[in-house]
Design a protein around this ligand. Structure first.
Ligand code: LLP
Length: 425
């Protein structure tokens, strides 16, 4: 049984994906580094744990995987096969989902500050759209009225691991404040919309079960007002994503059973109180499903040691941006030194010409040498998708270790030719 960080019953591994380090070292040899290695077993396990926790407590649920966390079609195909719907934030993400065989009635579109052409695409595709504002709905008024309309509520507060991933509150660009949400629904109703939902997404990587019940309660209060003031009964309430995973050794996994219990209890109590029978509980998790499915393998190129030690690797901010952007922590292990104790403190850096180019600062590690292979945990969410080709670095390959034990290439490594493929000489 692979260790699983999200499951409190299984030994904590700080986000490693359970694939044996000998297998990882062999994959690094075979495919080269940097390399992303995903465990399909872990992907299935994460999805099913989340689904069963909620299903146990509330029958009528829908999980829409947030494609932005990791848009590789192999992942989308596996999740779709398990019954997941998809949440897309852009037209290309819609196209990726459709291309991976996801039925259009299981794709939801949650854009913000979208162009008219993107909204029109979603309207014509017949998708449910989570509009970020009433003006976004009005942008379609001369084209048509969506069959089912949902607006994104900004409940006035939010919570995320970092300020950059706190997605609601007075300073946040997302959603409609509670004080104006009914105006949006009234306008949509007056335009002839018949079916409704309500949406929110308050922040990402939250490890506190109680918090999800608090925001659920908040959105149901707005749904209750929708019923009492406008006579609208929404068909679904989408509480967004945000379910966290532990990155730091001292962090405890989110108790997903407790989260599901507390959210469902709040959902049932408030929907009864407001006479909102038959509501579907919808959610759009990304990170919880994919973060710890994948490790990022890199090679130590060179070590510089004066007053401070720098371990130079082929993984930089071009590939793993989160530490430079948010100060995020990712666990690092040296897979070619199994069992070695941490004896040095160093910054682990990449090859990019920026001083923010570090994937770990002042990290305790075993003493490493050039040629050692490192493994960076929790690299399944917001890693490949946020990477760039900065400094002329092609993006890495991705492989998936399938549930039958076979390894398949799910994205080839880019080449210099790929870097130039869009240029015109
Ligand atoms: N739904 C919407 C509308 C979202 O904006 C997001 C994430 C999700 C769902 C999925 O959230 P999750 O379950 O993954 O927390 N780049 C950042 C994370 C930004 C999250 C943005 N929105 C990071 O690397 O931590």
């Amino acid at each position: 049984m692979p260790e699983n960080k999200n499951n409190p019953d299984i030994e904590v591994s700080h986000g490693a994906n359970g694939i044996d380090s000998t297998i990882l070292a062999n994959l690094a040899k075979e495919y080269g580094t940097p390399l992303l290695v995903m465990s399909e077993n872990r992907l299935i396990d994460n999805y099913q744990r989340l689904e069963s926790a909620f299903k146990k407590n509330y029958g009528n649920i829908a999980i829409k995987y947030a494609i932005k966390a990791n848009s590789n079609p192999a992942i989308i195909r596996t999740l779709s096969g398990l019954g997941a719907g998809m949440d897309a934030s852009s037209v290309p993400e819609i196209e990726i989902a459709l291309g991976a065989g996801v039925d259009r009635n299981r794709i939801m579109f949650s854009p913000n500050y979208a162009s008219r052409s993107e909204l029109e695409f979603a309207l014509n595709a017949g998708l449910v759209i989570n509009f970020d504002d009433i003006g976004q709905f009005r942008m379609l008024s001369d084209i048509g009225v969506p069959d089912c309309v949902s607006f994104r509520l900004n409940p006035g507060f939010g919570k995320g691991e970092f300020p950059g991933i706190t997605l609601s509150g007075p300073e946040s660009k997302f959603g409609i404040p509670t004080s104006h949400i009914l105006e949006a629904y009234k306008a949509a109703k007056d335009s002839g919309v018949k079916r409704f939902g309500m949406h929110m997404m308050c922040g990402s990587n939250v490890l506190d079960a109680e918090y999800f019940a608090i925001i659920t309660s908040k959105i149901l209060d707005s749904a209750g007002a929708l019923k009492s003031k406008l006579g609208i009964t929404p068909e679904f309430i989408d509480i967004g994503g945000g379910f966290g995973v532990p990155y730091k050794p001292e962090e405890k996994p989110l108790d997903i059973q407790k989260t599901a219990e507390l959210v469902s209890r709040e959902f049932k109590e408030k929907s009864e109180k407001y006479g909102l029978g038959g509501l579907q509980l919808m959610m759009e998790p990304g990170r919880y499903i994919v973060a710890d499915t994948t490790v990022l393998l890199g090679t130590v190129n060179y070590i510089k040691e004066y007053e401070k030690m720098f371990i130079g690797t082929d993984i930089g901010m071009n590939l793993l941006l989160r530490p430079a952007l948010y100060g995020a922590y990712h666990d690092i292990s040296v897979i070619t030194k199994p069992g070695a104790k941490a004896s040095i403190t160093a910054d682990v850096v990449g090859e990019v010409c920026e001083n923010t180019d570090a994937i770990a600062r002042n990290r305790m590690l075993p003493r490493v040498s050039a040629g050692d292979i490192i493994s960076v945990a929790n690299s399944g969410a917001y890693v490949y998708g946020m990477s760039s080709q900065y400094n002329g670095r092609p993006r890495p390959a991705e492989v998936m270790v399938k549930s039958d034990g076979n390894t398949v290439l799910i994205r080839r490594r880019e080449t210099t030719k790929d870097l130039l493929s869009t240029t015109v000489i």
